[in-house]
Design a protein around this ligand. Sequence first.
Ligand code: BEZ
Length: 252
Amino acid sequence: MIKAKQTWSPETYLRHGVFVSLLGEPVVQVLNPKEDEKILDVGCGEGILTEKIIESGAKVLGIDNSAELIAGAHERGLNVAALDALDMTFDNEFDAVFSNAALHWMSPLSKVFEKIFKALKPGGRFVAEMGGSGNIQSIRMALYNALTMRGYDPTLYDPWSYLGDSSARMMLERAGFEVRSCTLIRRPTELDGDIGPWLETFAGSFMQAIPDDQHESVIDQVRDALQPTLFDPNNKWVADYVRLRFKAVKPA
Ligand code: BEZ
């Protein structure tokens, strides 16, 4: 079976992906970090929100499975490690676990939730936002069509797991959590410029199916397919993001 993997470049991410972190700032408010708390940031990437959490005086460890993004975060002086969430072995160590726009890249999520449960101290909280059911559905379908037309099975190259609120709640409870809130939030998101760089930044896994010299034609095809629905009357691309935001607690 093909195991396509998204790869990240810190420069490209900072140029075209930084909005993902900036729009995650409300999740830091839900986390409400306190001075001296020990907090784990799962899928911290370049560490933009890790820095925001540190402003509270909390002691934060960021982890991410991208060595490239972790190198960028490390250069900025953050306490980070290149580690896949599935390989975590933390045990009763953190007051809180935070994650923004990262969990939908991980699979199986049930295992990740179990690892996070184990990492928390009793009474600790897990506050996260990720892509939810229906997230960037039209972009995903346009990519599926482009790959299918060329004879590839898109499901083999799709890196995203999006949960609905009921299945997320069930999965969290099965891992041992008490769920305090779990909500799907539609968040149409204006892109800064053309959809091409978004595809180049975030759809790398699909592009792995296709020879390099056809990438441009795939991007053109996806852009043309999405223009009627995602290119708004103000000449802006607006992506159909849906967030799943939750807070869950490990019983004391
Ligand atoms: C997200 O944050 O939902 C997301 C970002 C890029 C690609 C796919 C999903």
